[in-house]
Design a protein around this ligand. Structure first.
Ligand SMILES: Nc1ncnc2c1ncn2[C@@H]1O[C@H](COP(=O)(O)OP(=O)(O)OP(=O)(O)O)[C@@H](O)[C@H]1O
Ligand SMILES: [Mg+2]
Length: 510
């Protein structure tokens, strides 16, 4: 698995804060504690139970105990060592003792905790838990955590469950694993906003609720919809996309719901609509903002009743689909203008996912550019090795209105046009974005400020209080700066959290 393909569906263990794994007994490793205690010490289980123990100073008594419980145990003193021990193809349990690692080690540790084939249990103490970074790592990546001291038996029990859950997901999802291994499906993203998106995808994949994806053009809305489908229990059934904006209005109704033979002149045979074609799977309604009023009414009826009627037909046909919709336009404005039904919007938007714009993804811009280069470098007769420093600089300075799609197009064009082994800013047609001297310090500050605010809003799903705290300013100042930078209209709301609605500033603050 690549560093960047955080979404490989091998396992989906990071279900959220403080989640205890004990609700589903794992198939074999998760024995009840008392039963485990009765097992003879030294017994070896048939399935290989791999456990990685990461600690600055590993506890020899714990190591000996876990080995005696049948764990195939490997010990690592650093994050680097740990990453070498984890095999990409096999599920394993992990113990990470956070008490020995300094704050500066946590970033390296995060890369290991992020490995999806490992079910982590964190060891910590009250002092370490006061560090917000430690709390975040536990929340995002661990099945559970325990305060030291802890009994060896309790740890054995917890890692058994973590391992069981990871193995369960692994066995459960062969289709998803295969799909995720295709390059086309790979979602690249290492920044916090993308990590948040990946977590959201995993969470929403497990439900059947409607999902509404909002984001600028080319940010990856369709890719996200597909990722949700592929990680959902519906993955073996069809994923049927329909671009509501690309189909003439008068054809949309029959395209969505199908028709019976003789329904209208030229209807020589029955046609199954896209909704019905997606039965058992997922229907992706792209550019939902372009759905004409007539189809909005029919869709709403379908969402309420779970049945469709083909054009010219009398029969009510039950159809079981999960609906994901997306738009790059402001649907709130469309509702205000009476172009989109509010009742339909609320049905479509039980869970909401927001795609971060490329310019707010920091280092991911460069990582994505290399990813695209790697994928398409064979298009060139030359052996293209990378980008010149001015190309990298230009990529960071540019605003990317067309987001990831634009980046792909620019890099692909550059691969074909390049006359040397390194792609330059000129090859990317971004030469004018390398001229640092034309940027005044005030402009640089302003754009850095805008990026920081955008990133904080994305990180905190538009919760102003938390974003402001992160930025070290008051909520009122944040709100004012959002106005200055034209960020007030943006909705950065993620999956289904009611408290995510943008808050107005408190009157008396500051
Ligand atoms: N995180 C990502 N990693 C790799 N490729 C990506 C990522 N996000 C988007 N892409 C690629 O960028 C292109 C555009 O993605 P997609 O079609 O999903 O965007 P969109 O938001 O639906 O665009 P539009 O608004 O124009 O319909 C696709 O080729 C997709 O594979
Ligand atoms: Mg799209």
């Amino acid at each position: 698995m690549r560093e960047t393909s955080h979404l490989s569906a091998t396992v989906t263990p990071f279900a959220g804060a403080g989640q205890r794994p004990a609700v589903v007994p794992p198939p074999q490793p998760g024995r009840p504690l008392d039963e485990a205690d009765e097992t003879a010490v030294g017994s070896v289980t048939e399935t290989e139970r791999i456990l990685v123990y990461v600690a600055r100073t590993p506890d020899p008594a714990l190591t000996a105990y876990l080995k005696s419980r049948g764990w195939d145990l490997a010990t690592a003193r650093t994050a680097h060592e740990a990453s070498r021990l984890v095999k990409p193809e096999s599920a394993c349990a992990g113990i990470v003792d956070l008490t020995g690692f300094a704050s500066r080690d946590l970033a390296a540790l995060e890369a290991v905790l992020r490995l999806q084939q490992v079910g982590w249990i964190a060891l910590t103490d009250a002092t370490r838990l006061t560090d917000p970074e430690v709390r975040r790592l536990i929340r995002h990546y661990c099945f559970d955590y325990v305060h030291l001291p802890v009994t060896n038996a309790t740890l054995d029990y917890l890692v058994g469950h973590a391992f069981g859950m990871v193995s369960l997901c692994d066995l459960d999802a062969p289709g998803a694993v295969a799909a995720a291994s295709h390059d086309e499906d790979e979602m690249v993203g290492t920044c916090e906003a993308m990590q948040q998106l990946f977590r959201t995808i995993r969470k929403v994949a497990n439900t059947d609720a409607t999902v509404f994806i909002s984001g600028e053009s080319g940010t990856g809305k369709e890719l996200t919809a597909l990722a949700i489908h592929e990680r959902s229990p519906r993955r073996k059934a069809p994923f049927v996309p329909i671009n509501c904006g690309a189909i003439p209005h008068h054809l949309l109704q029959s395209e969505l719901f199908g028709y019976e033979r003789g329904a209208f002149t030229g209807a020589n045979q029955r046609k199954i609509g896209r909704v019905e074609a997606a039965n058992g799977g997922t229907l992706f309604l792209d550019e939902i903002g372009d759905l004409p009023m007539e189809s909005q009414a029919s869709l709403l009826r379908f969402l309420q009743e779970g049945k469709i009627e083909r054009l010219g037909g009398r029969e009510q046909i039950p159809v079981d689909v999960r609906i994901i919709s997306a738009t790059h336009v402001d649907l709130e404005a469309a509702m205000r203008d009476g172009r989109f039904r509010a009742d339909l919007f609320h049905r479509l938007c039980v869970l909401r996912v927001d795609e971060p714009p490329l310019r707010a993804r920091g280092k991911d811009i460069e990582i994505l550019a290399h990813h695209v280069l790697h994928k398409f470098k064979m298009d060139s007769a030359r052996k293209i090795r990378g980008f010149t420093p001015d190309a990298i600089e230009a990529m960071y300075n540019y605003n990317w209105p067309g987001n990831v799609r634009e980046l792909i197009n620019r890099v692909r064009r550059a691969i074909v046009m390049a006359e040397s082994k390194l792609l330059s800013a000129e090859d990317l047609d971004l030469a004018q974005f390398t001229e640092q001297e034309t940027v005044t310090l005030a402009q640089a500050r302003e754009s850095a400020e805008k990026r920081a605010i955008e990133a904080a809003l994305l990180r905190h799903r538009h919760r102003l209080t938390e974003a402001a705290a992160d930025l070290g300013i008051s909520r009122v100042t944040l709100y004012r700066l959002m106005g200055t930078h034209g960020l007030r209209d943006e909705k950065t709301i993620f999956a289904g959290e009611a408290e995510n609605q943008p808050e107005p500033p408190a009157e008396n603050e500051e």
